[in-house]
Design a protein around this ligand. Structure first.
Ligand SMILES: [Zn+2]
Length: 476
């Protein structure tokens, strides 16, 4: 290990960058704002991709691929959409050495190109629904960037579905949000609040936007996934109509939804510690590392033979690294695998061999425990399952600890400023009150939680009637 990671309590932002760089998850690219995803980081993305892809397919979705370049005229067809995205778009003006007749946008998202195709593909109600997802890169020209959290080019999936009725589109948008929540909690061990975005915070061109919101260790919020009911806006912009069962022409209803490589940033900021990354077992491509400890050739032979047996047993179910490198000391190896977040480490020395066991260390707890070799597969399986569950529970406890119920605006400002976290307060649904809070404190409405209690109250700004509390926080 080259350098030490800056501790979180010294400089949180520096800590995050140290973890990303030193765990070799990503690196800065020659083009400012873009990032190189290194194999350790890409392995996490692959796990996110594989699991979500399976969940999408289980719910009837299929994958397709649309081009990177979008004609400028397409972007202009949906007024809110172009207004929302134009400032952060990169545009191609020259191709093959010649100025292009029509400028081409590098996709910031693909609604427009996809709906231009749906116009060709949708004629009748029999052609619906279309449930297409695409795994792709997109580009948004961000000025202030941060590895994984905000980069000008990033990887994501974008689902784009077409339906015959409003209700179907609404159900689809909510079904996907549920998949995102399940995935975030069961795989990433990140507890999230699912809810609806306010009008001011919704997606450019959507009827409703739904989101899942997570809390990072610095108590700032991070939007971890969004799902939009787009209504008929894109169908109208691209003139996509279908003949319904009664032979009448109607505009098609749409949704779009996405999660991105940002989730890798969320994973780091939720679980990593001052020793580096901590991976939930279900998202680790390699779950176990065995570090053999020996002195001299005789011990080496004996310990390695034993360690190989253990590796073989565990290899039936898990991916196991046996770190038998000669040139490094055990302490160095421990630190290196801790940095990379491998969930379980097994240490095997001559004394362990004599006692027919080994030392096990769970990455999140860092406590040593002697376990017998007999039944090691069951022991480690149980440990990984507990670790997965407890990582979620611990993150949830943290989120609850920093969720405040506040009814007074002075206290609201103080809480946002000094404590951070989620603040649950009443809001009258007026965008002006929302804007004032944002101006005063930089906190935004993260969402209106689905599971909020029905509770009458008074808006924290204007005192008008409110139907319930919404979640305010400073966000990434
Ligand atoms: Zn108000």
């Amino acid at each position: 290990m080259a350098e030490k990671i800056t501790p979180r309590n010294v400089d949180y932002s520096r800590w995050y960058t140290d973890v990303v760089l030193q765990a070799k998850l990503a690196d800065y690219s020659p083009v400012k704002g873009a990032m190189v995803i290194r194999p350790n980081g890409y392995a996490i993305w692959e796990m996110i991709q594989q699991n979500l892809d399976r969940m999408f397919k289980e719910t009837g979705h299929v994958n397709a691929y649309f081009p990177l370049l979008i004609p400028e005229s397409f972007m202009r067809k949906e007024a809110e959409h172009v207004e929302g995205f134009s400032p952060e778009c990169a545009i191609v003006t020259i191709g093959g050495g010649q100025e292009l007749e029509e400028r081409l946008y590098i996709r910031p998202t693909s609604e427009t190109i996809i709906w231009s195709m749906y116009k060709k593909w949708i004629m009748s109600y029999r052609d619906l629904p279309i449930l297409i997802n695409q795994w792709a890169n997109v580009m948004r020209w961000e000025l202030r960037t941060r590895l994984f959290l905000r980069t000008s080019e990033f990887l994501w999936q974008e689902g784009h579905t077409a339906h015959a009725a409003y209700q179907e589109a609404e159900e689809e948008a909510l079904k996907i949000l549920k998949i995102y929540k399940t995935f975030a909690e069961e795989y990433l061990a990140i507890p999230v609040i699912a809810g609806k975005k306010s009008e001011a915070e919704k997606f450019a061109g959507a009827l409703h936007t739904y989101s899942i919101e997570a809390m990072m260790q610095d108590r700032k919020a991070l939007q971890a996934g969004t799902s939009h009911n787009l209504g008929q806006n894109f169908a109208k912009a691209f003139d996509v109509k279908f003949q319904d069962k009664d032979g009448k022409l109607q505009y098609v209803w749409a949704t779009s939804w996405g999660v991105s490589t940002r989730l890798v940033g969320a994973l780091i900021m939720t679980h990593a510690d001052d020793n580096g990354l901590v991976l939930p077992p279900k998202i680790a491509q390699r779950q176990i590392v065995i570090v053999p400890i020996w002195r001299g050739e005789e011990e080496k032979k004996q310990v390695l033979a034993y360690a190989n047996e253990v590796k073989e047993t565990l290899g039936k179910e898990f991916t196991v690294i046996l770190d038998d490198r000669d040139q490094y000391k055990p302490g160095y190896k421990f630190a290196e695998w801790e940095l990379q977040g491998i969930p379980v480490r097994l240490e095997i020395g001559p004394k362990d061999v004599a006692k027919n066991g080994m030392v096990m260390v769970r990455r999140d707890l860092m406590k040593k425990e002697f376990i017998p070799k007999n039944g090691v597969l069951e022991t480690v399986r149980g440990t990984l399952e507990r670790m997965q569950k407890e990582m979620l529970e611990n993150a949830r406890k943290f989120q609850q600890e920093y969720t405040h119920i506040v009814d007074d605006y002075k206290e609201f400002k103080k809480t946002i400023e000094e404590e951070g976290g989620f603040v649950k307060s009443h809001w009258c649904a007026n965008p002006e009150c929302e804007a004032k809070i944002k101006d005063d404190t930089k906190a935004t409405i993260r969402n209106i939680p689905f599971d909020r209690e029905e509770e009458k109250g008074k808006c924290i700004i204007c005192g008008s009637e409110s139907e319930g509390r919404v979640i305010f926080a400073k966000a990434y």
